[in-house]
Design a protein around this ligand. Structure first.
Ligand SMILES: Cc1cc2nc3c(=O)[nH]c(=O)nc-3n(C[C@H](O)[C@H](O)[C@H](O)COP(=O)(O)OP(=O)(O)OC[C@H]3O[C@@H](n4cnc5c(N)ncnc54)[C@H](O)[C@@H]3O)c2cc1C
Length: 298
């Protein structure tokens, strides 16, 4: 049965909604790798394929090219990430108009990070300060887009408190956010606690855990440090046992992510958002482990 057209419905129809996050590739070789990833993952019937928006808006044209390419190739719903960094409201309107023309179904509406070296986020003149403002702009002027917003099971690093951060998420949903996608995390207890607190605050949007299967320990230590994700002892010890053996690290990463996803599904999540980093082998192994198979392979 085809997926429902509404993105929000896809997270509420009782089936597990899969989404896959890409980033704009920089070289011809990495682009070819991305397309074979897309071709493989599209056969799982994703609810959404998304593409990041480069820090500082650096790859904004490429984001739309990638996402339109995915849609044309596989006719799956696609979402563009969009940040407020470096853009005036008119720039944002221009991007959203182009996204609409290119058949984008949804926007992952974000504030973006402060530039490297800066301690706080400063909007450009005539720009927006918080993601909630971008959500409100999209809802008012581009109502056809579904809107996804970011949530932080371990609290956003700039938030003054977990309560203030959750209040911000409530504001983003009240402004029009349809679905929450979380930052990556490695301890499911953090996610379940976060979900309970969101529900207690009256946030009714589906809350979708973001999962990044790790295949390289050095890489995840870097990423986790950047987004301040805690690496639990069960996770680090699995990788330490693998030592410098790349194949053993891959297996350790797949096994950990498979258990994580299994527990999340058992905990009733509406979907899983995979940070695939343009490569499919680990994600495909995890999906196989939890019994998810391609719907159709050509
Ligand atoms: C699923 C996902 C996808 C992402 N994709 C990208 C991407 O494509 N490109 C990219 O550059 N980055 C991306 N990011 C990273 C994101 O841009 C950063 O985490 C950024 O620092 C915060 O963005 P936000 O939308 O959560 O901001 P906001 O929701 O605006 O929150 C930012 C901070 O401000 C605080 N805050 C919000 N409103 C108020 C207020 N009224 N008063 C005081 N404090 C307030 C919040 O608590 C938080 O600490 C992504 C993150 C996630 C989880």
């Amino acid at each position: 049965m085809p997926r429902p057209v509404s993105i929000k419905d896809a997270y509420q129809d009782g089936r597990l909604a899969l989404s896959f996050e890409l980033f704009p590739p920089k070289t011809a070789e990495s682009e070819a790798a991305m397309w074979s990833t897309v071709d493989e993952l599209a056969s799982y019937g994703p609810a959404l394929v998304t593409c990041t928006y480069g820090a500082g808006g650096s790859t904004r044209g490429r984001t739309l090219e990638v996402i339109e390419g995915v849609r044309r190739r596989h006719d799956v719903p696609v979402a563009s990430h969009l940040t407020c960094v470096g853009s005036s409201i008119d720039d944002l309107r221009g991007y959203l108009s182009e996204a609409r023309q290119r058949g984008v179904a949804a926007i992952v509406a974000l504030r973006g990070d402060p530039p490297q070296g800066a301690t706080s986020f400063q909007p450009v003149a005539g720009g927006l300060r918080y993601a909630a403002e971008l959500v409100a702009l999209i809802r008012a002027e581009f109502p056809q887009f579904a809107i996804l917003v970011a949530g932080y099971p371990e609290t956003h690093q700039e938030a003054t408190s977990p309560e203030a951060d959750l209040e911000n998420l409530r504001r983003k949903c009240a402004a029009g956010g349809d679905v929450v996608i979380t930052q990556l995390f490695y301890d499911n207890a953090d996610f379940f606690r976060f979900r309970d607190r969101c529900q207690a605050l009256g946030i009714s949007a589906p809350i979708v855990p973001g999962v990044m299967p790790v295949t390289n320990y050095a890489q995840i230590r870097r990423i986790a440090a950047l987004c301040k994700a805690r690496l639990p002892e069960s996770f680090t010890s699995a990788f330490e046992a693998a030592g410098n053996d790349e194949a053993a690290q891959f297996e350790a990463g797949v096994t950990f992510a498979a258990r994580q996803v299994e527990e999340l599904i058992a905990g009733g999540v509406p979907g899983i958002h995979f940070y695939v980093l343009n490569r499919s082998p680990a994600t495909v192994r995890v999906l196989g482990h939890v019994g998810l198979k391609p719907a159709s392979r050509s």
